[in-house]
Write a protein that binds this ligand. Structure first.
Ligand code: GAF
Length: 384
């Protein structure tokens, strides 16, 4: 266990013991993720290339025999929640809906659950676009199932977590975040085909660094923008007569009579799918120059065609790209409208790229940005 994991494990178990006056039966860890390339392609049945990262959400759990679920959220000022397994309704507290929604979705998938005490603690920066919510859903689902001694296929667990977010929370997300949190593999990114849900290993060599820089612009309430993008993509697919934009190509797009905005949205997705598949092969060949070009094109497409970047993010990506040169690349990562950028480069370049970012970029509040250097880590697991 890394020191960071040990600290988080200690924090969640200590909070559990203090609040519930007993020891947890299990502690579950589910990681956040960074997506190297392939943005807003997942809900278009396309391709993504994420990896799980070190920061995670941990859930400590023990059983109850009254059918109730009691929850302590250590990262929300020790806020608590309580609900009955037989009557799960939406809560006025945003964080609680990820827990309620996941428990509800697990039951709707016909798994038998028992009541539980849960304590939650995490170290994924919030609002950074690094999937703190998906990791919470996956950790809660795995914890509830571990308690009832039920084994679950990890892809199935991710599908249930996606359903929780779409149906209970109301963000019509794709499968990427939940699937990589569930299926992540140490030392690897995964090329995910979001139609077949097949996972192809994309090894990240040890001499390659993944740097994540938080722009300092928090991704606030972005469901509205996100759901709108999804609707536009579905409208484009329908107009072209295909099941999903995964099935469209540039010739079909050129022939289709789409309004300019819908056209641009579709162009992003069609081109991003091609870039993602090619990026996986550039990574495999160690062709950092090509990978960098594809990441730059991805960012440009998110900025101009999909319109999900913000000026601070564009500035940060510019600083990163200039510092890295042709030895790798940088782009915004995640759903957009704020959050973090991801950069890939030889590990030897970390000190000078870090210095260039600290010199060349300030958050909108005038602070130094948060910089994390990550290695690809494993997916969800029951720690004890
Ligand atoms: C968010 C969503 F949750 C993912 O499903 C994905 O669409 C991503 O935005 C954009 O690629 O993280």
């Amino acid at each position: 266990m890394t020191q960071v994991d040990k600290d988080l494990h200690h924090r969640v178990t200590a909070a559990f013991e203090q609040h519930f006056g007993q020891q947890p039966a299990h502690v579950i860890r589910a990681p956040g993720r960074v997506n190297l390339i392939g943005e807003h392609t997942d809900y278009n049945d396309g391709f993504v290339l994420p990896c799980a990262i070190g920061p995670s959400t941990m859930v400590a759990i023990s059983g109850r025999n009254d059918g109730q679920v009691h929850v302590l959220a250590t990262d929300f000022d020790d806020a608590t929640d309580l609900f009955d397994l037989k009557d799960i309704r939406s809560s006025a507290h945003g964080w609680a809906n990820y827990v309620r929604g996941m428990v509800d979705a697990v039951q709707k998938a016909e798994f038998e659950l028992q009541g539980a005490n849960l304590a939650i603690a995490g170290n994924i920066p919030k609002g950074a676009g690094l999937s703190s919510s998906a990791s919470l859903e996956v950790a809660v689902g795995q914890a509830m199932l571990a308690l009832s001694g039920t084994d679950i296929d990890r892809t199935k667990l991710a599908q249930i977590a996606q359903a929780a977010e779409c149906d209970f929370v109301g963000t019509k997300c794709g499968i990427m975040d939940q699937l990589i949190s569930a299926q992540g593999k140490a030392g690897h990114a995964l090329l995910i085909d979001c139609r077949s849900l097949s996972l192809t290993d994309a090894p990240v060599p040890a001499e390659l660094a993944i740097m994540i820089v938080h722009s300092g612009v928090s991704r606030g309430l972005v469901e509205g923008h996100y759901n709108e993008r999804r609707r536009q993509c579905e409208a484009a697919a329908k107009a072209m007569g295909v099941a999903a934009l995964r099935d469209a190509d540039m010739a079909m797009l050129a022939a289709a009579k789409l309004d300019p905005v819908t056209h641009s949205r579709a162009r992003h997705v069609i081109s991003e799918n091609q870039r993602t598949v090619e990026a996986a092969s550039a990574l495999e060949k160690g062709d950092l120059q090509r990978l960098g070009t594809l990441m730059a094109e991805s960012h440009q497409s998110m900025r101009d065609d999909f319109e999900i970047t913000v000026p601070a993010i564009d500035r940060l990506v510019d600083v990163l790209q200039k510092a890295i040169g042709n030895e790798g690349g940088a782009r915004m990562t995640g759903g957009g409208f704020g959050g973090a950028c991801v950069a890939v480069m030889p590990a030897s370049r970390i000190p000078d790229v870090r210095a260039a970012v600290e010199r060349g970029y300030q958050t909108p509040e005038g602070a130094k940005p948060m910089i994390m250097v990550e290695t690809a880590g494993p997916g969800v697991r029951v720690m004890d």
